[in-house]
Structures are given as C-alpha cells and as structure tokens.
Design a protein around this ligand. Sequence first.
Ligand code: GDP
Length: 355
Amino acid sequence: MKKPEKKSALHEFKGVSNTPHLNRDAIKQRRKKRSLPDPDELTGKLLSGDPVALSKAITLIESANPKHFDLGQKIIKKCLPHTGESVRIGITGVPGVGKSTFIESIGKLYTAQGHKVAVLAIDPSSSLSKGSILGDKTRMETLVRDKNAFIRPSPSGNNLGGVARKTRETILLCEAAGFDRIIVETVGVGQSETMAHSMVDFFLLLKLAGAGDELQGIKRGIIELADLIVINKAEEDNMNKARLAQKAFQTALHFYPPKPSGWTPKVLLASALNHKGVDQIANEIDTYLKLTRKNGFFEQNRLEQNRYWLFETVNQTLKNNFYNRPEIQKKLKKLLIQLEKKEITAFEAAKKLLS
Ligand code: GDP
C-alpha cells in the first residue's frame, strides 16, 4: 500500500491559476463608459424619441452631482424649443383609491388614440424617508409594456421643492421626446398636491365612496384645486354609496367661487378596474382643453405657473444658501439655546441671524 504523502503545514494546494494581467484597454473602455455623455448626442437621441436617452437625461437632472446637474441643465436648454406641446394632467388621491389602476386605464385609452403617454410621480414620502408610497409595488403592469408609454418613479430629494423641480424638468424632457399626454401622479400628503397642481393643466381628484362622510377628512383647499372629481370603484355593490358621494361633492362644489378658467368642475363615477367611465373622463378633459384654449386660460395659466416656479426657485435657493453657510449654522445654534433659556425673543433672534 502506498504511504500517504507527508505534507508540511506550509504546503500549498494548487489553487486557481494566476489572474491575467489587468487589461488596460478594458479599463479605458470602462472609464469611457462612466464619463459624461455628450449633450448634443444625447439631446439628438432624446428628440428622436429614444426612451433610453430620455431616461439618461432625467437621471442627470435628478443627480446631486454638480457636473451631472450642469449637463442636465444644458440638455434642458437645448430641449426647450421642443417643449410645451402636451397636455399635463395631475391625478391625486389617497393610497388605495385606484390611481395606478386608473392611470393604466386612461393611459391605454390614450395610446390607443395614438398619443404618447408619460407617467411621472411626486411622492412626498420619498423625500421624508427611504421608503415610498408610490414606488413600493409593481404598478401599471400593462402600461409599462406599451412602447408608447413611459413611466418614471418619483425622484427622491431632501425636500419637496427639490422633488418638484425635478418633476417639472422631467415634464419638459418628456415633451421634447414627443410625449403629448403627461400624467403627474401624487399622493394626498402635505404640500405635494399643491406642487403637482402648479405644474399641470388639468387636476383630477380620485375619491372613494364612503358611508356618507365623503367630505370629512378631505383636506381643505383640495376641492378647490380639482377640475374634476371622480368617485372610483363605483360598481354595482356600492353604486348607492357612490351616488351619495357624487351628490355630496356636487353640493360642496357649489360653495366655491367660479374658477378663473371659466370651467365648472363635475363629479363623475368610474370603475377604473373595469374601464368603466374612463372614456367619459377623457372626453371631459378634452372639453376642458377646448374651452381653456379658446378663452386663453390655458396659455395664461402656463405663464403664471412659470412665474410661480421662477420665484419658488429663487426663494428655495436663497433659503438653502443662507442656512448652508457655516457661520449661520454656528450662530443659529447659539441663538436657539438663548431662545430656549428665554434670553432672547424669536423675532430678535431672527433679526440677528439675518443681519
Ligand atoms: P393606488 O394606491 O391609488 O395607486 O391604488 P391602486 O390602483 O393600486 O388600487 C388599489 C387596489 O384597488 C387594487 O387592489 C386595485 O385592483 C383596486 N382597484 C382599483 N380600482 C378599482 C376599481 O375601479 N374597482 C375595484 N373594485 N377595485 C379597484
């Protein structure tokens, strides 16, 4: 019998063969890939409707990297002459009301009519925490596969102002890429509805029929923003409740002053899941567009929205620049302690900080 070979404790087993020398060409290639895209080339592709180029451009404007941001701004500037030719529709409602089901239904209707549909989202939760209300589930599974639809989840950001800026710029990029129906979806939390309202032409509020308490729990002011209220999940088993809700909202609408658009908002019933009532809603949006284009409100409103965003951006930037200054942060810390000890009034502290 063969004796087992004696092996020293230092014996090394034959391992994998040496890795090949690092390939300089491959590294160069990879670096090239990571380098910034050429703005002219990317804009050209985007204008031809290339969804990959569109996604890349959106990623640039969403980036916190100043180089990416600047490049994104360059691209937007190049795209500007090709923007504005769309209808921007805002859709809001609490989680579970059926927003994604509804958007999928109306989105399919639009693409069947030959439109190109972009769905964007403003999700306030993405700016508050890592999680997000709108992005957690697989949404709009059919629309996602439609080559004439483009769905982009909500950008994240430290504040809603930042998220809104990104969404507004994304609208412009989508328009330049040929999307003529832009849907901005938002959850009814905090200021996000007002933000969405200030960037769309038409604002739709989705509601569910409750037990006669439809108007309770609805945020003040939200009815005023709506151009159309839709009671979703209006199906046989709860048609009575849906009709009651419809009446309650119709009555509530009477208490608001006439809209500057000259439009009288309606309350309609729908079942997004069964594609019921969705055609009527699309018709209603068309009627609104005809009216507001004819009476000049459409253009006027967009102009006012642009003005609003100019001031909003200046305000946000001034505020951020102010609070980010190290001397302000230091001084603020001291003043907050003084405030707590009642050594100073809030007004006096603010004055000191500002001076
Ligand atoms: P979201 O959170 O507002 O986007 O709501 P979803 O579209 O995800 O819908 C929430 C749930 O309601 C899902 O289970 C949908 O299938 C269901 N749903 C949506 N629309 C309708 C509808 O018109 N009728 C019924 N019965 N269910 C619906």
